[in-house]
Design a protein around this ligand. Structure first.
Ligand code: ADP
Ligand code: MG
Length: 282
């Protein structure tokens, strides 16, 4: 595999106003190959920032999606049988591959991962900086520039099913922990206008709707809110099909029936009526 294909494509990233110094510390920490934990709501730019930095510095990145189904074999590797090779042979997992090839590791939703998988990270993250493949007896050294970035959603509302706090042993191995948040309303409006030809007025309406949905989620009135990624998708379609028709396909359809009732209340406030039918919640 050509490692260069793992270098992300260049993308813009808006540093939130007033947080320039924090982002300077963050980027220096990543570029020094430290362990970083990024915490924040889904779709608020955690991965986007890491990929932006990797693209700028032309560093390959391996993204690992943490979830309850991921086993040790997926990240460390395992033996596979091949009739061609007439026996079993070792295949690296995502983490072994990344460390062997000097890729940054972007471990998303690290707190969704099973403890036995996370336990294998300990020696990679602390002063030992190596991954022991007990299975083969090999030890893969983590080179000095290899950053490890974990991301997690804050578990403050208890609405992210499957999330739990990280174990203190793992938590203490991160050099820096940074909280991410959505951009301010103005910044998000500008971002939408940069990524599509949306008008100022429509961008402002969309961002206001998103902000209301985030508030509703905080108040446990909705289980999902409109994040930056959804806003970008919506604005691209809105340019083509108008705010309302695009909302049906891009936005409303993502929400559960229970959430649609709350969403309806928000949309009606912006004159976007009939998008979610009353009563049927469809
Ligand atoms: N500050 C930002 N600057 C530019 N784009 C952003 C920013 N925050 C979010 N985005 C956009 O929103 C999308 C979702 O963000 P992402 O980083 O994937 O979220 P998460 O926090 O869940 O990792 C990104 O692909 C990017 O296009
Ligand atoms: Mg992410």
């Amino acid at each position: 595999m050509d490692i260069n294909t793992l270098i992300p494509k260049e993308t813009d990233f808006t540093i939130p106003k007033g947080r320039e110094r924090e982002f300077e510390i963050l980027s220096n920490s990543i570029l020094s190959g430290e362990n970083i934990l990024l915490r924040g709501e889904p779709g608020c730019g955690k991965s986007a920032y890491v990929l932006h930095l990797a693209a700028k510095h032309k560093v390959p990145v391996i993204q690992i999606q943490g979830d309850g189904d991921m086993g040790v074999v997926d990240i460390v590797g395992g033996f596979q049988y091949s009739s061609l090779k007439n026996g079993t042979y070792w295949i690296d997992g995502a983490l072994s591959f990344a460390l062997r090839n000097g890729c940054w590791v972007l471990f998303d939703e690290i707190n969704m991962t099973l403890p036995e998988v996370l336990a294998r990270l300990h020696s990679v993250l602390d002063h030992r900086r190596h991954l022991d493949l007990k299975e083969t007896g090999e030890s893969i050294i983590r080179s000095s520039g290899t950053a490890f970035i974990g991301t997690m959603n804050p578990d403050d509302f208890g609405v992210h099913s499957g999330t739990k706090p990280l174990s203190p042993a793992l938590f203490s191995r991160f050099d820096i922990i940074m909280d991410f948040d959505y951009l301010s309303g103005n910044e998000e409006v500008k971002l939408l206008m940069k990524t599509s030809d949306i008008s100022l007025k429509d961008a402002q309406t969309m961002v206001s709707i998103a902000e209301k949905s985030r508030e509703a989620r905080k108040n446990l009135e909705m289980s999902l809110s409109i994040d930056t990624r959804m806003l970008i998708a919506w604005s691209k379609k809105a340019v083509q099909y108008g705010l309302k028709d695009s909302a049906r396909a891009v936005l409303v359809s993502r929400f559960s029936d229970a959430d649609k009732a709350a969403l309806r209340g928000i949309l009606v406030g912006f004159g976007l009526i009939d998008l979610v039918k009353k009563g049927s919640q469809k």
